[in-house]
Structures are given as structure tokens and as C-alpha cells.
Design a protein around this ligand. Structure first.
Ligand SMILES: Cc1cc2nc3c(=O)[nH]c(=O)nc-3n(C[C@H](O)[C@H](O)[C@H](O)COP(=O)(O)O)c2cc1C
Length: 163
């Protein structure tokens, strides 16, 4: 059985919250650069923005690392962005993204660095596992690109059929 609320149920919940006087709705999107799974041609920010009265502010979160990521969410209708992972990795995130000469630090972070930042051991373990999964997926994607390239090369190098 599916758990949690789906997109439309979440929008309806946001409407009810707005009717009850919520000043802002925080959307944690996992990856704020992507459109929704349920309606791939739509972005959640546009959907929530059109469902709610304009005085209800939207805060967007999810994989926002750079100034460009933040500005893209603002351009889609967010009034503000929230950062989680980027803030853990960059305690000086605001200063970094304000300076075009500086880059943001990206994972992986060591468990020791996560502990130094005050994260509890359970979360450190969870985060490190997630990083491992992400790295695993990235290397799988690289491997499948290589396999496709090898198949194309093999096809190009195939013996020409004899006339
Ligand atoms: C390792 C990890 C564990 C998380 N666990 C939960 C959770 O248990 N419940 C939840 O509502 N959100 C969880 N989140 C989502 C965060 O609360 C937050 O919405 C999200 O990380 C914000 O995006 P950002 O960290 O990419 O900036 C988790 C995120 C990460 C990275």
C-alpha cells in the first residue's frame, strides 16, 4: 500500500492550511529542480502557487546547493528557499553563494565532519548511507554509459557484410 499524501492531496492540504490562516507553506521537494512525478510537465511550485491565494508565501527546499538553484526556485514562484544538506556542508553558505569566485562544498563529508557540525550519530549514519547510495547510482549510470558506448563501437567495428 502507498504511504503518505500524493501531489493532489498535498495541494488540498495546503489549501486547507491557507484557509486556516497559514502565512507560508514550506515545500520540501527532495529535488527542487525537477517537475513532479505525477504530472511530469508541471513543477510543484507552479501547482501550489496557482492553488493558493497570493499572500500565502511558498518556501522551497530540496537539493538546493548553488545560487543558481536558489534563483531558479525563486523564479518558479517561491518567496524564499530553505537549505538543509547545503547548510550542513557549508556553514558559510550565504557568504559563499554571494561570492562568484567561491564554490560550494559538496558531499561526501566524513562522519567526523558531520559530528563536528553537531549532527547526532543516528543521522550521520543515515546521511552517510544516502551518500553511498547516491555514489553507487552515479557509478551505475557511468557504467551503463560506458556499456552503451562499447556497444556502439562494437557495432561500428563489425565486419562489413560481404556483397
Ligand atoms: C539523510 C536525510 C534524511 C532525511 N530524513 C527525513 C525524514 O525522516 N523525514 C522528513 O520529513 N524529511 C527528511 N529528510 C528531508 C529533510 O527534512 C529536508 O526536507 C530536505 O533535506 C531539504 O532539502 P536539502 O537537505 O536537500 O536542502 C531527510 C533528508 C536527508 C538528506
Amino acid at each position: 500500500m502507498r504511504g503518505g499524501l500524493d501531489l493532489d492531496e498535498s495541494i488540498q492540504t495546503a489549501r486547507w492550511l491557507a484557509e486556516d490562516g497559514a502565512d507560508f507553506i514550506h515545500l520540501s521537494l527532495w529535488d527542487a529542480s525537477r517537475n513532479t512525478n505525477k504530472r511530469p510537465e508541471e513543477h510543484a511550485l507552479n501547482l501550489f502557487r496557482s492553488a493558493l491565494n497570493e499572500e500565502v508565501r511558498l518556501v522551497a527546499a530540496g537539493n538546493i546547493w548553488t545560487r543558481a538553484d536558489a534563483e531558479a526556485a525563486l523564479a518558479r514562484g517561491a518567496s524564499a528557499v530553505a537549505i538543509g544538506q547545503a547548510a550542513i556542508a557549508n556553514l558559510d553558505w550565504v557568504a559563499r553563494v554571494s561570492d562568484p569566485g567561491r564554490e560550494v562544498r559538496r558531499p561526501p563529508l566524513t562522519i567526523a565532519e558531520l559530528r563536528e557540525r553537531g549532527l547526532n550519530p543516528t543521522f550521520c549514519g543515515k546521511y552517510a548511507k544516502l551518500e553511498g547510495v547516491r555514489r553507487g547510482l552515479a557509478s551505475l549510470r557511468r557504467a551503463s554509459k560506458l556499456a552503451r558506448a562499447a556497444a556502439q563501437l562494437a557495432w561500428l567495428a563489425r565486419p562489413w557484410p560481404l556483397a
